[in-house]
Design a binder for this molecule. Structure first.
Ligand code: AMP
Length: 210
């Protein structure tokens, strides 16, 4: 099963992808996590991506398409995967089609901008494995430490309020049109993402018939 999770930054794509990944035994592929790891490691790709990410903009299509292509060629993707944060533009979606990849379902997690703005200040991510937390709604068991890998759980630089506003603009201008793209192919289901994590998970799992 190849799934795409769509939604604004902070809609809960990462959290839901982690839950589906455990339930279905298929990997979560987050281009954001891959990019953050590259920035941290100081690779050439990380250096190229960093300025776009810090400004809350999108990394150029050819860079992320290359990352995605390499990642889905890995053996753990043979039985399917959950794309979290890719595609983010229509050309990225077209690139998936051009690769001959069949997407089974696309679930859009819908959260109003005002809720997103309130949420992102409380979001934390693990520097080690990329797991997502929220200080109020989904805190790690030990403050500041990842439940999964023990890594440091930190605030993302691009979750600062001034950067969030730009990320939301980018989302509405470039990513939101993907809902129509996949609706036109009969693959889109939209669920409300305002409720508790578990309630949203139930809706997402229902949407993918899992
Ligand atoms: P995320 O963790 O998904 O919010 O991604 C963090 C940042 O990485 C985004 O704000 C973009 O700068 C970059 N990024 C992640 N995925 C993509 C993508 N598919 N296309 C372009 N930029 C991306």
């Amino acid at each position: 099963m190849n799934l795409i999770l769509l939604g604004a930054p902070g809609a809960g794509k990462g959290t839901q992808a982690e839950i589906i990944s455990e339930k279905l035994g298929i990997p979560q592929i987050s281009t954001g996590n891959i990019l953050r790891a590259a920035v941290k490691a100081g690779t050439e790709m990380g250096l190229k991506a960093k300025s776009f990410m810090d400004a809350g903009g999108l990394v150029p299509d050819e860079v992320v398409i290359g990352i995605l292509k390499d990642r889905i060629a890995e053996p753990d993707c043979a039985k399917g995967y959950i794309l979290d944060g890719f595609p983010r533009t229509v050309p990225q979606a077209e690139a998936l089609d051009a690769m001959g990849i069949n997407i089974d379902k696309v679930v859009e997690i819908d959260v109003p901008d005002e809720v997103i703005k309130g949420r992102l200040g409380g979001r934390r991510v693990c520097e080690g494995c990329g797991a997502s937390y929220h200080i109020e709604f989904n805190p790690p068991k030990t403050e500041g430490k990842c439940d999964k890998c023990g890594g440091n759980v930190v605030l993302r630089k691009d979750d600062a309020p001034e950067t969030v506003a730009h990320r939301l603009e980018e989302y509405h201008a470039k990513t939101a049109p993907l809902a129509d793209y996949y609706r036109g192919k009969g693959k889109l289901k939209t669920v409300a993402g305002q409720a508790e994590v578990a309630e949203t998970s139930a809706l997402v799992l229902e949407a993918i018939n899992a």
